[in-house]
Design a protein around this ligand. Structure first.
Ligand code: TYD
Ligand code: MG
Length: 455
């Protein structure tokens, strides 16, 4: 980055331009371009003087496998890939009010019990507010040091002067600032510089640092690309405000799988782990209901049973409605087209609504079969068996393709007391106590309803 040249930076996407402009060409946002004043700030430019040679090592030396810091919260540790790695930075993103501060305070309390020195720095609240939250959570006696501060220089001075902490929480990175650059807290430049300095501290001292980050309207972390590249692990804490459950999702992890999830429930006294998440998303339907199918989905490495609800009703409109919540509308259109073309089921004159119960989101193609079954069930007003789970991807030709992780999916269904599973015929079938119904073509689904295809 040459000085005096491309020093206008879009605060939304990080793109560089040579001159100021009202609209960023890269991301299309308006009024986000600011001049970056101090390119020579610590960590940015190369500063004065010559560089010195660094020691080069061979690849075959011993790897440092230092012990991980366990949070003691199994759902959290799993998303971290088995605890936090010392000397790394973990970004925890999420909507305001979703429970990030609560989660991290609870995790710190557990970590301090195991003898780790923990520090919680807040730029959002006062120390009193943190104390209030701690007593609400029953953690007022936990050995956590708290400070309310936003100036990174002072924070680093504190962390290096006092007893060296093992774990530090910064709540939130958007409130932190450094005078080295001339832009306001929360701007891309500030977020980047503050993170850089804090991450440097973690690497140097071997502390694990959790950076809490807010998500922008469009669902991204402010200063998205830069932040995600700088840290070692990115977790998102998400959920619907109107539901009690929260999902902690790994989207990047240098030290573990990057598609893990941990499930929590927000209660009056903090977050509790949900060991059996499927029970959270299933209703207690004992009798069969029209338009309802149960899908054993996979989130990360774990299976989760979700209910798919479809409603098909005659439409007075020339352009019938298609509304989807929690599933992809493009896939719904595709499944409807296949059902129309291959089976002659006419959805053309009907409104179609599809919903994943409990506010869950399903992105797997293996959800095609339960979606199709729920649609046919609602169209024909014939319920699906209440003790059956189903899965499989539907191709445009109407074939049903196998899906991965069948063993875990069927085990979860067994655990929750289901008796039957409808699975793709081509799949390699694991041992199971479930009664398996194998299907090959989308037309085979009609057997469930005792109807014949008309095309
Ligand atoms: P908080 O951790 O402050 O969210 P964030 O840091 O992500 O902004 O949690 C905010 C919400 O959680 C708030 O609406 C109150 C609720 N809450 C509970 O329901 N139970 C609790 O024990 C606590 C501490 C908070
Ligand atoms: Mg907070």
């Amino acid at each position: 980055m040459a000085r005096g040249h491309q020093n206008f930076v879009c605060q939304a996407c990080g793109a560089l331009t040579k001159k100021w402009q009202g609209k960023c060409d890269a991301c299309g946002e308006w009024n986000t371009i600011l001049e970056e004043v101090a390119l020579e700030a610590p960590g940015f430019g190369q500063g004065a003087g010559k560089g010195k040679a660094v020691k080069l090592s061979s690849l075959s030396g011993p790897a440092d496998r230092s012990e991980r810091f366990m949070t003691g919260i199994a759902e959290f540790d799993r998303t971290l890939g088995g605890g936090a790695v010392p000397g790394t930075a973990i970004l925890v993103g999420g909507d305001p009010g979703i429970g990030k501060s609560t989660l991290l305070l609870q995790a710190l309390a557990r970590m301090s019990e195991s003898g780790l020195k923990c520090v919680y720095i807040t730029g959002e609240e006062s120390v009193d507010q943190i104390r209030l939250r701690a007593s609400r959570l029953g953690l007022q006696d936990a050995d956590i040091k708290v400070a309310s501060e936003t100036r990174v220089k002072d924070i680093l001075a504190t962390l290096t002067s006092a007893e060296r902490p093992d774990v530090v929480v910064i709540d939130s990175i958007q409130t932190m600032y450094s005078e080295a650059v001339d832009s306001s807290p929360g701007s891309l430049t500030q977020v980047r510089l503050s993170s850089q300095n804090l991450i440097h501290f973690a690497k140097k001292t071997g502390a694990a640092i959790f950076l809490i980050g807010h998500v922008t309207k469009s669902g991204q972390l402010a200063g998205p690309k830069t932040m995600e590249h700088m840290v070692d692990t990115v977790l998102y804490f998400e959920g619907e405000k109107t539901y009690q459950y929260r999902i902690l999702r790994t989207t990047k992890n240098r030290f573990g799988s990057n598609d893990e999830i941990g499930v929590f429930e927000m209660t009056g006294t903090g977050l509790i782990e949900v060991k059996n998440p499927s029970s959270l998303f299933l209703s207690d339907h004992k009798e069969a209901t029209e338009g309802l199918a149960v899908f054993p989905s996979i989130e990360g490495t774990r299976a989760l049973l979700v209910e798919i609800e479809a409603l098909v009703v005659g439409s007075p409109a020339a352009m019938p409605r298609r509304a989807v919540v929690g599933w992809d509308s493009g896939r719904l259109a595709m499944v409807l087209a296949v059902l129309d073309a291959r089976l002659g089921l006419g959805f053309g004159a009907s409104d179609v609504y599809l919903n994943i119960a409990g506010g869950m989101k399903v992105v797997e193609p293996a959800g095609d079969v339960p979606v199709a079954a729920a649609l046919i069930s609602s169209l024909t007003k014939r319920p699906l068996p209440a003790d059956m789970v189903m899965l499989g991807e539907i191709s445009l030709s109407g074939d049903i393709r196998p899906a991965a992780h069948l063993k875990a999916r069927l085990k979860e269904a067994e655990k929750l007391g289901f008796g039957r599973a409808l699975v793709p015929k081509a799949a390699k079938l694991p041992k199971t106590t479930l009664n398996l119904i194998k299907v090959e073509k989308v037309g085979d689904l009609l057997d469930l309803f005792d109807i014949k295809a008309t095309s």
